[in-house]
Write a protein that binds this ligand. Structure first.
Ligand SMILES: *Cc1c(COP(=O)(O)O)cnc(C)c1O
Length: 431
């Protein structure tokens, strides 16, 4: 058996389908985000300055001084590691504090931190569903891979409901009957199209038909709601959702994931989930950094305001230039390309010719034929960055012969532009 050849062939297959992924070697600069250094392949000694337009560090919190200093202080006081799994030796005070902060954020009795958002979905969904007798899981068809893995791992029966389609969800709830345990799993904000779930409608249906609800707020925590608790907070329905899952790695700029729920649900997952029990806890550095980010964004709204403003501005500017921006009401700015190879070429051109970093989004992250550039403006992008982006994208579209749509001039809402979120300002807000 030629083992090596099998792996090489598997890679060749991806390459022939234009799905082979290449990662750019980037060096983020905390003080200059979204500016970073890029080391082109084979030219590691000649780094070039680029502007990042596809970061999921949506608010730039990864470099926020309150977060960075919390990490440094925790390292100095507690060292680098957690010391073990929570069950053996790894529960430490910063992680306890973080969990109290997260429970409070979502108005729940308790929360549980995991090493990633991916693991929190795997552990949360699989454990909750498998503890319910003969549970039927009703899963939105566009749910993230981590939720699909959680559903799979539970071993329970699953039915998919059409994306964000309340009527279809209701049909399935009726068909399941009142006596069966039912768990509805969905996301509040879908990160590829940037569309938002009808959370209140889902909560209504859950109540009417006696189902439990589990929401992934990964792309909303830190960014929506008066205290940054997400779409459920913004829509006033947080208390009507049983389990809220989030990440500490996107809006909160660090690493880790969590679920927040009633004390008994959290205690059950803590006690039964192998992906919690048998792995080392988040280190104190990460827990303290995440905790600082959550705390800061509970009281400071300026990052959220500027974030929304920059997303809106970017969408308007791209549309005005005739670029095919997909419609949505969130901070995600998807620009449709529709072909894997062209999408990759567009991304390469942006980086090489214009110093703009936007990874191509291809299958299986999105459906074939809907390949796109996914742009994520942050509060730290400046108006001048947007102007450069528009110019670069128009050049790339023309170079590749991609169609520009009829320019769509939408007058921008007249408002005083928010100040760019620079460190001194953020610092003042934090004090
Ligand atoms: C990124 C993502 C996760 C995983 O979170 P990590 O903290 O990055 O592991 C979960 N759900 C959704 C919808 C995501 O996009």
């Amino acid at each position: 058996m030629d083992y090596e050849a099998i792996f090489q062939q598997s890679i060749e297959r991806l390459k022939s389908e234009r799905r082979y992924r290449v990662f750019a070697d980037l060096e983020r600069d905390a003080s200059r985000f979204p500016v970073a250094l890029w080391r082109p392949d084979g030219q590691a000694d000649q780094p070039r300055e680029v502007v990042i337009w596809c970061s999921n560090d949506y608010l730039g919190m990864g470099g926020h001084p309150a977060v960075v200093s919390a990490v440094v202080r925790a390292a100095e006081r507690h060292g680098a590691g957690a010391g073990g799994t929570r069950n053996i030796s790894g529960t430490h005070h910063p992680i306890v504090e973080l969990e109290q902060e997260l429970a409070d954020l979502h108005g729940k009795e308790a929360s549980l931190a995991f090493t990633s958002g991916w693991i929190s979905n795997l552990a949360g969904i699989s454990t909750i569903a498998s503890l319910l007798p003969n549970c039927l899981i009703l899963s939105d068809e566009l749910n993230h891979n981590s939720m699909i893995e959680g559903v799979r791992r539970s071993g329970c029966e699953k039915q998919l409901w059409r994306h964000n389609d309340l009527a279809h969800l209701e049909e399935l709830l009726i068909a399941a009957g009142p006596d069966r345990a039912k768990l509805i799993v969905f996301e509040s904000l879908y990160s590829m199209d940037g569309d938002i779930a009808p959370v209140a409608g889902i909560a209504d249906l859950a109540k009417k038909y006696g189902a439990m609800t589990y929401v992934d707020e990964v792309h909303a925590v830190g960014m929506y709601g008066p205290r940054g608790a997400g779409i459920c907070e913004r829509d006033g329905v947080m208390h009507r959702i049983d389990v809220i899952e989030g990440t500490l790695a996107k809006g909160y700029g660090t690493l880790g994931g969590y679920i927040a729920a009633s004390a008994s649900i959290i205690d059950a997952v803590r006690s039964y989930a192998p992906s919690f029990i048998f792995t080392t806890a988040l280190p104190p550095t990460v827990a303290a950094g995440a905790c600082a980010a959550v705390r800061h964004l509970k009281t400071s709204g300026q990052e959220r305001a500027r974030h929304q403003r920059m997303a809106l501005l970017t969408k308007h500017a791209l549309r005005a230039a005739g670029l095919p921006v997909m419609e949505n009401s969130s901070h995600i700015v998807p620009v449709m390309v529709g072909d894997a190879e062209t999408c990759k070429k567009a991304s390469d051109l942006l980086l090489e010719r214009h110093g703009i970093y936007i990874q191509p989004i291809n299958y299986p992250t999105v459906a074939i034929g809907t390949e796109r550039l996914r742009i994520t403006p942050t509060p730290r992008h400046e108006e001048a960055h947007v102007a450069d982006l528009v110019e670069a994208l128009v050049d790339v579209w023309k170079t590749l012969g991609l169609p520009l749509t009829e320019a769509e001039i939408i007058p921008l809402r007249r408002a005083e532009p928010e100040a760019v979120c620079t460190y001194p300002e953020m610092k003042r807000a934090a004090e």
